[in-house]
Design a binder for this molecule. Structure first.
Ligand code: DAH
Length: 347
């Protein structure tokens, strides 16, 4: 019997309790009236007087040990399950599954595409690594003419010039390169917009960056006139910035258009009163434009006697800054979530 008591004592001490079920098994085995410990007390009744003396106290101590252990196990199990309950509070609101927002430049690009698609323009694409011909020469930029310096170019490759050609490879300085590719590949009527990234060797500041985005537009058909250009861009300005927006055309110069004009819209912030966004002029520039130069049509394989066209190019950053009152261009490429989170994911 002594051995039985020792074995049971070992069990009481080492019985593993990790869950409520384990605790209940512990109770059945060592505490309950029908358990092993109580049956030892029954055995003791039948034992000799000496054994009773010797083992009575041991058994009582064991009973005490079992009860103490049961109490402390019960407490610790209850604590862990109640803290479990805290982390699984079913009344808490659902944590939304955040998938992120669209970048503001994309929001603007989608909106621009939407507006022009309704006017019957399709969307075309062209390479960012371009040759001199498509970026400059075909667009009527004369060799060694200062017009090329209007756009600080990143050259990828500047091989020696063979007779009569310029083999330079560069990062396109504007999306106008796609105009040339379109004219080569399609017959008029052409009505297309060409969004994309462009690169210029400029110091990075709040107003300039070494890469940015443009949307080029090209419309070539019979009898396309300057009034078509004006109405198209007027419609665009109203759709993009609101129906009260006015536009103004300022004479300008681009080698690939003649005549050329810069498009201004009435300042959205001060409505013409004058503020620091419009530099107190009441107007902000949003695009360059003009009637496609006959040389450019010819370089694109289109007869300027038969067809005419207009073109325009606008900066997506600039339009986005006006649209959302953003005053620093660098925010677009810094990937700061505090900035990006502010834009919703619908167009
Ligand atoms: N390519 C010009 C630039 O980057 C913008 C431009 C002006 C595009 C007039 C045009 C245009 O198509 O007709 O500054």
């Amino acid at each position: 019997m002594e051995e039985k008591v020792k074995a049971l004592q070992h069990e009481v001490e080492s019985f593993l309790v990790k869950s409520k079920e384990d605790l209940e098994n512990f109770r059945l085995k060592f505490i309950s009236k029908k358990g092993q410990l109580m049956s030892l007390f029954d055995d003791l009744k039948l034992a000799s007087v000496e054994e009773k003396k010797k083992l009575g106290k041991t058994l009582n101590d064991l009973k005490q040990l079992a009860e103490n252990r049961f109490k402390s196990l019960q407490e610790s199990i209850e604590n862990t399950t109640s803290s479990d309950r805290e982390t699984k509070d079913l009344s808490l609101p659902v944590v939304p599954n955040k998938t992120g927002n669209l970048h503001p430049l994309n929001l603007t690009r989608y909106r621009i595409i939407e507006i022009f698609e309704r006017l019957g323009f399709n969307v075309s694409d062209g390479p960012e690594i371009e040759d001199d011909w498509h970026n400059f020469t075909a667009l009527n930029f004369p060799e060694n003419h200062p017009a090329r310096e209007m756009q600080d170019t990143f050259f990828v490759e500047k091989p020696a010039r063979p007779e009569g050609g310029n083999p330079d490879v560069l990062l396109r300085t504007h999306t106008s390169n796609v105009q040339v590719r379109l004219m080569k590949n399609q017959k008029p009527p052409i009505r297309s917009i060409m969004p994309g990234r462009v690169y210029r060797n400029e110091a990075i500041s709040a107003r300039a960056h070494c890469f940015f985005h443009q949307v080029e537009g090209l419309y070539i058909d019979k009898n396309v006139g300057f009034s078509d250009l004006k109405q198209t861009l007027y419609h665009f300005a109203k759709e993009m910035f609101g129906k009260d927006t006015k536009i103004r055309l300022r004479p300008s110069y681009f080698p690939f258009t003649e005549p050329s004009a810069e498009i201004d819209i009435s300042c959205l912030i001060c409505h013409g009163e004058g503020c620091n966004v419009c530099k107190y002029s009441g107007w902000v520039e949003i695009a360059g434009s003009g009637m496609v130069h006959p040389n450019v049509l010819r370089n694109g394989g289109i007869d300027p006697e038969e067809f005419t066209g207009f073109a325009f190019g606008m900066g997506i950053e600039r339009i986005t800054m006006l649209r959302y009152s953003i005053n620093d261009l660098r925010l677009f490429s810094e990937n700061d979530v505090r900035f990006l989170r502010q834009f919703k994911s619908v167009v």
